[in-house]
Design a protein around this ligand. Structure first.
Ligand code: ATP
Ligand code: MG
Length: 269
């Protein structure tokens, strides 16, 4: 008797094909993205940089299934995205903590919705919050936290349900420089150890180069993909350096200069 083929097809984690997005408001139509195509492999860490308003957050909303594209298609694990999925963790640019719930209860929202075992979820939530320096604020309300603390709570909430694909929209932007470096090092370590697929949006070129395997540069609105570049650090050796180590590698400055030039930030529009 023939043995059924048990091989699981391996699709890229995310396939964005010819995606265009128009926003319609009563007074105008805004072409936010024009013909964007991008493939992200399983376990890959991709960073997207581009000037303000070029459509980075829009692109994440499309991948998350919160917004349908005007044209083109988006697939996750080979399946067309139709609605948000629990396997996708989306950390919004603006934290969406619920002001009436304590920090621990905010972090547990996703686990509650998914029906994950309460004790397991709580242990994981507490562990993440302690690791992110919020151990004394489990029972505080979001309004009692600083911007950076809220951002760390939102990151803990995104990671708590252990999604396979993470969409992180400027997750470290409200943090002071030192915390930002320490946390990006820690988060990159966790995500690569767990083989997560990540799309990170950031304005920080150094963060993009040091954390991601590939950096995508988007053009000004309407957003298009202007360039993409793998960030390898052969001077470090056969393994990937941590973000902190990557910043000290000889390749770092070259990547920084090239991406800086491509971003064309000298003019503010
Ligand atoms: N809900 C909306 N309705 C109408 N227009 C929108 C909406 N959201 C975004 N836009 C417009 O779409 C364009 C892209 O916005 P988006 O937020 O994706 O940019 P971004 O690259 O994330 O910018 P930033 O770096 O400032 O966060 C902008 O011109 C913005 O004004
Ligand atoms: Mg944005």
């Amino acid at each position: 008797m023939a043995v059924p083929d048990q091989t699981i097809p391996t699709h890229p984690a995310v396939e964005i094909q010819g995606v265009t997005l128009n926003y319609f408001t009563p007074d105008r139509e805004t072409l936010a993205l024009a013909n964007v195509s991008l493939t992200v492999e399983q376990g890959e860490f991709v960073a997207i940089v581009g000037s303000s308003g070029c459509g980075k957050s829009t692109l994440l909303s499309l991948v998350s299934g919160l917004l349908p594209p005007s044209r083109g298609s988006i697939r996750i694990d080979g399946k067309e995205v139709a609605k948000p999925s629990p396997r996708v963790g989306y950390m919004f640019q603006k934290d969406t903590l619920l002001e009436w719930r304590t920090i621990i209860d905010n972090v547990l929202i996703g686990a509650e919705l998914l029906g994950i075992d309460k004790i397991v979820a709580r242990r994981r939530a507490e562990d993440l919050l302690v690791r992110y320096g919020l151990g004394d604020f489990l029972h505080s309300l979001p309004g009692q936290l600083s911007g950076g603390m809220r951002q760390r709570a939102a990151l803990a909430r995104t990671l708590c349900c252990e999604p396979d694909l993470l969409l992180l929209d400027e997750p470290f932007s409200a943090l002071d420089y030192q915390t930002r470096l320490a946390l990006s090092d820690e988060v990159a370590g966790i995500l690569s150890a767990e083989r997560k697929t990540v799309i990170l949006v950031t304005h920080d070129i150094g963060e993009a180069i040091s954390m991601a395997n590939r950096v995508i540069v988007m053009s000004r609105r309407p957003g298009r993909i202007k360039s993409e570049r793998k960030t390898d650090f052969p001077s470090f050796g056969p393994t990937r350096p941590t973000p902190f180590q990557a910043r000290k590698c000889s390749e770092f400055a070259n990547y920084f200069q090239t991406i800086w030039d491509e971003l064309d930030i000298h003019q503010i529009h």
